[in-house]
Design a protein around this ligand. Structure first.
Ligand code: SF4
Length: 275
Protein backbone atom coordinates (compact mmCIF):
# COMPACT_ATOMS: atom_id res chain seq x y z
CA UNK A 1 0.00 0.00 0.00
CA UNK A 2 2.90 2.34 0.74
CA UNK A 3 4.09 2.02 -2.87
CA UNK A 4 0.59 2.94 -4.13
CA UNK A 5 0.41 5.99 -1.85
CA UNK A 6 3.82 7.15 -3.06
CA UNK A 7 3.19 6.39 -6.75
CA UNK A 8 -0.04 8.41 -6.85
CA UNK A 9 1.15 11.07 -4.34
CA UNK A 10 -2.01 10.53 -2.31
CA UNK A 11 -1.11 12.48 0.83
CA UNK A 12 0.86 15.48 2.00
CA UNK A 13 2.78 15.35 5.28
CA UNK A 14 0.35 17.70 7.06
CA UNK A 15 -2.94 16.45 5.61
CA UNK A 16 -6.06 16.07 7.67
CA UNK A 17 -7.38 12.81 6.27
CA UNK A 18 -11.01 11.74 6.50
CA UNK A 19 -11.14 7.94 6.28
CA UNK A 20 -14.47 6.66 4.99
CA UNK A 21 -15.34 3.82 7.35
CA UNK A 22 -18.30 1.54 6.67
CA UNK A 23 -17.63 -1.16 9.26
CA UNK A 24 -16.64 -3.70 6.61
CA UNK A 25 -13.26 -5.46 6.36
CA UNK A 26 -11.70 -3.17 3.77
CA UNK A 27 -12.43 0.14 5.45
CA UNK A 28 -11.41 -1.15 8.88
CA UNK A 29 -8.16 -2.58 7.50
CA UNK A 30 -7.48 0.78 5.88
CA UNK A 31 -8.26 2.63 9.12
CA UNK A 32 -5.85 0.42 11.08
CA UNK A 33 -3.06 0.80 8.52
CA UNK A 34 -3.47 4.58 8.24
CA UNK A 35 -3.64 4.93 12.04
CA UNK A 36 -0.26 3.19 12.27
CA UNK A 37 1.20 5.26 9.43
CA UNK A 38 -0.09 8.52 10.88
CA UNK A 39 1.86 7.98 14.11
CA UNK A 40 5.02 8.53 12.08
CA UNK A 41 3.70 11.84 10.71
CA UNK A 42 2.98 14.14 13.65
CA UNK A 43 1.67 16.97 11.46
CA UNK A 44 -0.96 14.78 9.79
CA UNK A 45 -4.25 13.87 11.44
CA UNK A 46 -6.94 11.27 10.90
CA UNK A 47 -10.66 11.43 11.38
CA UNK A 48 -13.12 8.68 10.49
CA UNK A 49 -16.27 9.62 8.58
CA UNK A 50 -19.12 7.16 8.81
CA UNK A 51 -22.24 7.38 6.67
CA UNK A 52 -25.47 5.99 8.10
CA UNK A 53 -27.76 5.36 5.11
CA UNK A 54 -30.51 4.01 7.36
CA UNK A 55 -30.61 0.34 6.34
CA UNK A 56 -32.33 -1.53 9.13
CA UNK A 57 -30.66 -4.69 10.41
CA UNK A 58 -27.49 -3.92 8.45
CA UNK A 59 -26.03 -0.46 8.84
CA UNK A 60 -26.89 -0.24 12.56
CA UNK A 61 -24.56 -3.15 13.33
CA UNK A 62 -21.83 -1.86 10.98
CA UNK A 63 -22.07 1.54 12.64
CA UNK A 64 -21.52 0.04 16.11
CA UNK A 65 -18.47 -1.87 14.86
CA UNK A 66 -17.03 1.22 13.13
CA UNK A 67 -17.50 3.42 16.21
CA UNK A 68 -15.98 0.75 18.46
CA UNK A 69 -12.91 0.53 16.18
CA UNK A 70 -12.45 4.31 16.23
CA UNK A 71 -12.66 4.40 20.01
CA UNK A 72 -10.14 1.57 20.37
CA UNK A 73 -7.70 3.30 18.03
CA UNK A 74 -8.32 6.69 19.64
CA UNK A 75 -9.49 8.19 16.35
CA UNK A 76 -12.02 11.00 16.24
CA UNK A 77 -15.14 10.13 14.19
CA UNK A 78 -18.07 11.89 12.59
CA UNK A 79 -21.35 10.22 11.60
CA UNK A 80 -23.46 11.70 8.77
CA UNK A 81 -26.92 10.21 8.35
CA UNK A 82 -29.23 10.23 5.32
CA UNK A 83 -32.14 10.96 7.65
CA UNK A 84 -30.59 14.17 8.97
CA UNK A 85 -29.13 15.26 5.65
CA UNK A 86 -32.02 14.43 3.30
CA UNK A 87 -34.99 13.83 5.58
CA UNK A 88 -35.29 10.17 4.52
CA UNK A 89 -33.46 6.94 5.28
CA UNK A 90 -32.48 4.72 2.34
CA UNK A 91 -35.10 2.21 3.54
CA UNK A 92 -37.79 4.93 3.36
CA UNK A 93 -36.69 6.03 -0.11
CA UNK A 94 -36.71 2.48 -1.48
CA UNK A 95 -40.06 1.64 0.18
CA UNK A 96 -41.63 4.72 -1.44
CA UNK A 97 -40.14 3.96 -4.85
CA UNK A 98 -41.41 0.39 -4.73
CA UNK A 99 -44.87 1.51 -3.60
CA UNK A 100 -45.10 3.93 -6.53
CA UNK A 101 -43.72 1.35 -8.96
CA UNK A 102 -40.78 3.63 -9.80
CA UNK A 103 -38.23 0.92 -10.43
CA UNK A 104 -36.04 2.51 -13.09
CA UNK A 105 -33.11 2.91 -10.67
CA UNK A 106 -31.72 0.24 -8.35
CA UNK A 107 -31.38 0.80 -4.60
CA UNK A 108 -27.60 1.02 -5.07
CA UNK A 109 -28.02 3.81 -7.64
CA UNK A 110 -29.85 5.91 -5.01
CA UNK A 111 -27.45 4.88 -2.30
CA UNK A 112 -24.38 5.66 -4.40
CA UNK A 113 -25.41 9.22 -5.28
CA UNK A 114 -26.63 10.09 -1.77
CA UNK A 115 -23.69 8.42 -0.09
CA UNK A 116 -21.12 10.28 -2.22
CA UNK A 117 -22.68 13.60 -1.19
CA UNK A 118 -22.92 12.56 2.48
CA UNK A 119 -19.24 11.64 2.52
CA UNK A 120 -18.28 14.97 1.02
CA UNK A 121 -20.50 16.87 3.49
CA UNK A 122 -18.93 14.91 6.36
CA UNK A 123 -15.40 15.63 5.10
CA UNK A 124 -16.20 19.35 4.82
CA UNK A 125 -17.64 19.31 8.34
CA UNK A 126 -14.43 17.88 9.80
CA UNK A 127 -12.28 20.21 7.63
CA UNK A 128 -10.51 17.36 5.89
CA UNK A 129 -8.04 17.94 3.07
CA UNK A 130 -8.64 14.52 1.55
CA UNK A 131 -11.04 11.60 1.80
CA UNK A 132 -9.42 8.16 1.85
CA UNK A 133 -11.76 5.42 0.70
CA UNK A 134 -11.18 1.67 0.95
CA UNK A 135 -11.80 0.78 -2.69
CA UNK A 136 -9.73 -2.29 -3.46
CA UNK A 137 -8.36 -3.51 -6.78
CA UNK A 138 -11.53 -5.60 -7.15
CA UNK A 139 -13.77 -2.55 -6.58
CA UNK A 140 -11.84 -0.43 -9.05
CA UNK A 141 -11.95 -3.02 -11.82
CA UNK A 142 -15.64 -3.78 -11.18
CA UNK A 143 -16.43 -0.05 -11.38
CA UNK A 144 -14.52 0.37 -14.63
CA UNK A 145 -16.38 -2.53 -16.25
CA UNK A 146 -19.73 -1.31 -14.90
CA UNK A 147 -19.12 2.09 -16.47
CA UNK A 148 -18.28 0.42 -19.78
CA UNK A 149 -21.39 -1.81 -19.59
CA UNK A 150 -23.52 1.27 -18.92
CA UNK A 151 -21.77 3.31 -21.59
CA UNK A 152 -20.89 5.94 -18.98
CA UNK A 153 -17.60 7.15 -20.46
CA UNK A 154 -17.61 10.30 -18.37
CA UNK A 155 -17.51 8.30 -15.12
CA UNK A 156 -14.98 5.95 -16.66
CA UNK A 157 -12.71 8.96 -17.20
CA UNK A 158 -13.24 10.36 -13.70
CA UNK A 159 -12.94 7.26 -11.52
CA UNK A 160 -9.28 6.98 -10.67
CA UNK A 161 -6.95 6.41 -7.69
CA UNK A 162 -6.84 10.16 -6.96
CA UNK A 163 -9.80 12.23 -8.14
CA UNK A 164 -9.24 15.60 -9.80
CA UNK A 165 -9.81 18.78 -7.83
CA UNK A 166 -12.62 20.17 -9.95
CA UNK A 167 -14.63 22.27 -7.50
CA UNK A 168 -13.71 24.07 -4.27
CA UNK A 169 -16.49 22.26 -2.39
CA UNK A 170 -15.50 18.80 -3.58
CA UNK A 171 -12.90 17.17 -1.38
CA UNK A 172 -10.35 15.15 -3.29
CA UNK A 173 -10.69 11.38 -2.89
CA UNK A 174 -7.78 8.97 -2.71
CA UNK A 175 -7.87 5.18 -2.77
CA UNK A 176 -4.82 3.71 -1.02
CA UNK A 177 -6.05 0.10 -1.48
CA UNK A 178 -6.68 0.43 -5.22
CA UNK A 179 -3.87 -1.98 -6.11
CA UNK A 180 -4.61 -4.43 -3.28
CA UNK A 181 -6.88 -7.41 -4.09
CA UNK A 182 -9.92 -7.72 -1.82
CA UNK A 183 -8.66 -11.12 -0.63
CA UNK A 184 -5.49 -9.55 0.77
CA UNK A 185 -7.39 -6.82 2.56
CA UNK A 186 -9.63 -9.52 4.09
CA UNK A 187 -6.56 -11.53 5.06
CA UNK A 188 -5.09 -8.48 6.80
CA UNK A 189 -8.28 -8.05 8.83
CA UNK A 190 -8.26 -11.74 9.85
CA UNK A 191 -4.57 -11.80 10.72
CA UNK A 192 -4.84 -8.63 12.81
CA UNK A 193 -7.99 -9.86 14.53
CA UNK A 194 -9.99 -6.85 13.37
CA UNK A 195 -13.70 -7.18 14.06
CA UNK A 196 -15.80 -6.28 11.00
CA UNK A 197 -19.29 -6.73 9.67
CA UNK A 198 -19.57 -9.58 7.19
CA UNK A 199 -23.30 -9.79 6.55
CA UNK A 200 -24.20 -8.41 3.11
CA UNK A 201 -26.42 -5.39 2.57
CA UNK A 202 -30.03 -6.52 1.95
CA UNK A 203 -30.10 -4.50 -1.29
CA UNK A 204 -26.82 -5.89 -2.65
CA UNK A 205 -28.41 -8.73 -4.63
CA UNK A 206 -30.03 -6.23 -7.05
CA UNK A 207 -26.70 -4.70 -8.00
CA UNK A 208 -25.07 -5.04 -11.42
CA UNK A 209 -21.82 -5.08 -9.47
CA UNK A 210 -22.60 -8.61 -8.23
CA UNK A 211 -22.73 -10.00 -11.76
CA UNK A 212 -19.53 -8.20 -12.70
CA UNK A 213 -17.81 -9.43 -9.52
CA UNK A 214 -18.75 -13.03 -10.34
CA UNK A 215 -17.55 -12.60 -13.93
CA UNK A 216 -14.21 -11.13 -12.85
CA UNK A 217 -13.66 -13.79 -10.19
CA UNK A 218 -14.23 -16.52 -12.79
CA UNK A 219 -11.80 -14.80 -15.17
CA UNK A 220 -9.22 -14.39 -12.40
CA UNK A 221 -9.49 -18.07 -11.51
CA UNK A 222 -9.00 -19.15 -15.11
CA UNK A 223 -6.49 -16.45 -16.06
CA UNK A 224 -4.54 -15.28 -13.02
CA UNK A 225 -3.73 -11.56 -13.10
CA UNK A 226 -6.83 -10.51 -15.06
CA UNK A 227 -7.92 -7.90 -12.48
CA UNK A 228 -4.53 -6.23 -12.35
CA UNK A 229 -4.27 -6.26 -16.14
CA UNK A 230 -7.65 -4.48 -16.47
CA UNK A 231 -6.60 -1.95 -13.79
CA UNK A 232 -3.35 -1.19 -15.61
CA UNK A 233 -5.14 -1.02 -18.97
CA UNK A 234 -7.51 1.59 -17.50
CA UNK A 235 -4.53 3.61 -16.28
CA UNK A 236 -3.26 3.74 -19.87
CA UNK A 237 -6.64 4.45 -21.46
CA UNK A 238 -7.68 7.23 -19.07
CA UNK A 239 -5.37 10.01 -20.37
CA UNK A 240 -7.04 9.59 -23.78
CA UNK A 241 -10.39 10.37 -22.12
CA UNK A 242 -9.29 13.69 -20.64
CA UNK A 243 -11.48 15.68 -23.04
CA UNK A 244 -14.56 13.67 -22.08
CA UNK A 245 -14.07 14.52 -18.41
CA UNK A 246 -13.29 18.17 -19.22
CA UNK A 247 -16.49 18.71 -21.19
CA UNK A 248 -18.46 17.55 -18.19
CA UNK A 249 -17.67 20.62 -16.05
CA UNK A 250 -19.38 21.62 -12.82
CA UNK A 251 -21.72 24.46 -11.98
CA UNK A 252 -23.66 25.23 -8.78
CA UNK A 253 -26.95 23.39 -8.30
CA UNK A 254 -29.89 25.80 -8.62
CA UNK A 255 -31.49 24.30 -5.52
CA UNK A 256 -28.77 23.50 -2.97
CA UNK A 257 -25.71 25.26 -4.41
CA UNK A 258 -23.61 22.08 -4.34
CA UNK A 259 -21.55 21.10 -7.41
CA UNK A 260 -23.77 19.83 -10.24
CA UNK A 261 -23.26 18.72 -13.82
CA UNK A 262 -26.66 20.11 -14.89
CA UNK A 263 -29.09 22.70 -13.48
CA UNK A 264 -30.00 20.45 -10.54
CA UNK A 265 -27.55 18.12 -8.86
CA UNK A 266 -28.40 14.41 -8.82
CA UNK A 267 -29.19 14.53 -5.09
CA UNK A 268 -31.79 17.32 -5.53
CA UNK A 269 -33.28 15.48 -8.52
CA UNK A 270 -33.74 12.40 -6.36
CA UNK A 271 -35.07 14.25 -3.32
CA UNK A 272 -37.49 16.26 -5.50
CA UNK A 273 -38.93 13.03 -6.87
CA UNK A 274 -39.62 11.90 -3.31
CA UNK A 275 -42.31 14.58 -3.22
FE1 SF4 B 1 -25.75 0.98 -0.63
FE2 SF4 B 1 -26.02 -0.93 -2.50
FE3 SF4 B 1 -23.86 -0.85 -0.94
FE4 SF4 B 1 -26.22 -1.52 0.08
S1 SF4 B 1 -25.07 -2.66 -1.48
S2 SF4 B 1 -24.74 -0.13 1.01
S3 SF4 B 1 -27.60 -0.18 -1.09
S4 SF4 B 1 -24.46 0.69 -2.46
Amino acid sequence: MRATITRYRMFRFDDRIAVAVSGGKDSLSLLHILARTERRHPKASLVAVIVDEGIKGYRDEALRIAVEACRKLGIEYHVESFKELYGFTLDEIIAQKRQRGELELTSCAYCGVLRRRALNVAALAVRADRIATAHTLDDEVQTALMNIFRGDISRLAKEKPVTDEVHPRLIQKVKPLCEIPERESALYAYVKGIRFQDTPCPYASEALRNDIRALLNTMEEKHAGTKFTVFKAMERIRPALVDVAKNDGFRDCAECGEPASSELCKVCEMIRRMG
